[in-house]
Design a protein around this ligand. Structure first.
Ligand code: GCV
Length: 704
């Protein structure tokens, strides 16, 4: 009996071929449901494609691949006027349909004379490509395609990946190997990955990529490098993807040998105009520039007593004749402010309405820096005359880096759903970002990329889901985290509900779990200095206060947390009154934001009835318990997963557990030196001393 069982298990395993994750969510595995398979086959047996272009060829290749993989059939491709049934892409008479815009599409299906017929329409070939990927996704996720009546257009115009990739191929805050851009071999050597990158992005609607780090290197603007950029732009164009670069503000000095980079200086302006003309001669549809200026040591207009608007407008004027745009970052902080939280608002709010029309202000989701949980940045409610775009961080700098399973869609949604009240109730961050609240047609969401040259692109198999989530949310900002997770799991692993449901649960809990074992109740930025890997709440050795964890938690004998009410730094005043009311009363402030806004006593009564100290112990422990339960769940799903990914995730979850325990023990032992309260008996006691944790040194964490 046992032997038989073993044989069955071996058979099940061997039928699940090892997967290295390179194919991402585009695996095109055979459809198992017989009824669906029959239906899909009938719709895709014949494919009529109207029109010829590189994009149409991509559509053809993709459909061939999908059809062969999922349906086991090679479609018969017909062109134009032959009798039409099956899948029809494009239209013999192209008439602009204003409902679709430049990227949207429609899909209609049904039967004519008993024959299956399905149409994909769009105003552009790129729209058709998006429509085709949509249809493929429906099949990959096991949905009916027999009676479709879909019109789909993207909610966000610029759907962007920001690569923090350096020209030497290191990736700032990258945890998946080196940069995928092999600058040394470009433009003559085209890595297959570039195409697969474009294809993956097109499949989820991403239409823009900033190739270089915001901590910019002017060298990318030299002729040889622009030739390399051109090679990538040419490859990406048929996939609907535009390239952008980061502009180093001091480039006129470094490359042009000018004495200044003052944005109001005529020679500087001329230098940029000529440089930008050179770029557009090579890349006529070049997107424009992303700029980090006067932030963390980067040069900028303030070096010449000019404003951010002066700097952004100078570049905006230079790219305007070519329809380019400037994405100017609002991530600024300096040692002079009494609260880093307040600084972006203080610098940018007075500039509202002063930027050119082709400038987008790129704002990080929270006021500090991509923490596991932040309140929304007050800027979202404060600049009605400036189009603001969102910057999320896909790469998990502060979210467990390469080793923790954290699905970020719930974080994205939490911020997007937040109400700024800037124009009354319902003025959500979503409406600010999609342009609908303040009437802007230009809109954008950027995700700091988590892609590297690791075989599976993002290192942790589940990190791919964050790339996927960014694209899908940009296309349809109203998609729920659960919908996104569901789609991703089905395409990346299996359609079997016994697998999909538990894995979805893990994914949806994962961000809150990380918050619990890292920075519960509104704690923030208590990671190690520099590489930000591991806990260091005691950190107090750097010469700028706001680089030290103690600045952020302010733990002392009386309590813990940063008082941002009117008794403290009054950062709360940067929000609308309704938001202030939500947070300003220590007894009403939601637990998850308490220590963001209040210095609360250790015995402060929480909503659960527990004291703050007990609640802290509870959260840290529940974070650890959740990771334990993830491991159990994952291991119980063995039979649905190929062995490679099974083991990979299993090992990573075990690292995550170790690190969750490290976080819990280090933080509780340290905070206990102030609270002087015991860890309640029901919780595990740290098995090491505080000193032990304080002596841990990780010298070579990646991405630093
Ligand atoms: C690219 C944080 C990161 C830096 C990053 C910076 C930014 O401070 O630690 O690595 O620099 O944000 O967003 O500019």
């Amino acid at each position: 009996m046992r032997i038989l069982l073993l044989a069955i298990i071996t058979f099940v395993f061997s039928s699940l071929k090892a997967e290295d994750g390179y194919e991402l969510w585009l695996r095109y595995k055979p459809v198992e449901n017989k009824n669906l398979l029959t239906s899909y086959r009938s719709f895709l047996k014949e494919i009529n494609i109207y029109g010829k272009s590189e994009t149409m060829q991509i559509i053809k290749d993709e459909l061939k691949k999908a059809s062969l993989g999922m349906l086991g059939q090679t479609p018969v491709f017909k062109s134009t006027t032959q009798k039409t049934f099956g899948l029809i892409i494009g239209s013999p008479k192209k008439t602009e349909n204003s409902n679709f815009g430049q990227e949207g599409f429609a899909i209609n299906s049904g039967t004519i004379d008993g024959k299956a017929i399905i149409y994909i329409y769009a105003n552009t070939d790129i729209g058709l490509l998006y429509g085709v990927f949509h249809l493929i996704r429906l099949m990959q996720t096991g949905q009916q395609i027999a009676m479709l009546n879909i019109i789909s257009t993207p909610k966000i115009k610029l759907r962007i990946l920001d690569h923090w990739d350096n020209l030497n191929r290191t990736v700032e805050r990258g945890y998946a190997g080196f940069s995928i851009w092999d600058w040394h071999k470009l433009p003559d050597y085209i890595d297959k990955r570039y195409i697969d990158y474009a294809r993956a992005n097109a499949s989820i609607g991403i239409n823009s990529t900033v190739l270089t780090n915001v901590n910019a290197n002017a060298v990318v603007l030299t002729k040889p490098y622009l030739e390399k950029v051109k090679a990538l732009a040419d490859l990406f164009r048929p996939y609907g993807i535009k390239v952008y670069l980061t502009a180093r503000f001091s480039a006129p000095i470094e490359l042009g040998k000018l004495k200044t980079a003052d944005p109001l200086n005529d020679t500087v302006q001329l230098w940029w105009k000529q440089k930008i003309k050179e770029v557009y001669e090579l890349i006529p549809d070049f997107g424009g520039f992303l700029v980090k200026a006067n932030s963390e040591g980067q040069p900028g207009p303030q070096d010449y007593n000019r404003t951010h608007a002066d700097g952004a407008n100078m570049l905006a004027d230079a790219v305007a004749p070519f329809n380019g745009i400037i994405m100017w970052r609002a991530f600024v902080y300096s040692s002079s402010s009494n609260d880093r939280f307040k600084q972006a608002y203080e610098e940018f709010k007075p500039l509202d309405g002063k930027f050119r029309k082709n400038v987008l202000l790129q704002v990080k989701n929270g006021p500090i820096d991509f923490q596991p949980r932040e309140p929304f940045s007050p800027l979202f409610g404060a600049m009605p005359q400036t189009p603001l775009m969102m910057e999320f961080q896909l790469t998990q700098e502060y979210l467990g880096q390469g080793t923790h399973l954290v699905f970020e869609a719930p974080l994205f949604k939490e911020v997007l759903n937040a109400d700024t009240y800037s124009k009354g109730k319902g003025s959500t961050v979503t409406k600010v970002i999609d342009g609908s609240l303040n009437n802007f047609s230009l809109s954008g969401i950027a995700g700091v990329s988590n892609i590297g040259n690791d075989i599976n692109w993002c290192s942790h198999p589940f990190a791919q889901a964050n790339w996927y989530a960014l694209g899908r949310l940009c296309w349809d900002i109203n998609l729920s985290s659960a919908q996104i997770a569901d789609e991703w799991i089905r395409q990346t692993f299996s359609n079997d509900p016994s697998f999909v449901e538990p894995v979805k649960k893990i994914m949806l809990q994962s961000r809150e779990t990380l918050v619990n074992y890292m920075t519960p109740l509104g704690l923030t930025h208590i990671m190690y200095n520099g590489h930000h890997y591991g806990p260091m709440p005691w950190g107090n050795t750097l010469n700028r206060p706001d680089w030290n964890p103690v600045y952020y938690h302010k733990a002392d004998a009386s309590g813990i947390g940063f008082d941002r009410t009117s008794n403290g730094t009054n950062a709360l005043a940067q929000y609308a009154v309704e938001v202030q009311n939500e947070f300003s009363d220590i007894n009403k402030c939601p637990d998850e934001f308490l220590l963001w806004f209040h210095h609360a006593s250790w015995d402060h009564k929480m909503h659960s009835g527990r004291t703050l100290w007990d609640e802290l112990c509870n959260k840290y422990n529940s974070g650890v318990d959740s990771v334990r339960s993830f491991i159990k769940q994952w291991d119980s799903l063995k039979k649905y997963i190929d062995e490679d990914r099974l083991t990979q995730v299993d090992q990573l979850l075990n690292i995550q557990l170790k690190e969750a325990i490290w976080w819990r023990n280090a933080c509780l032992l340290y905070f206990q030196t102030f609270s002087k309260m015991p860890i309640p008996t029901q919780y595990e006691k740290p098995d090491k001393t505080l000193e032990y944790y304080q002596n841990i040194r990780i010298l070579y964490a990646p991405g630093n």
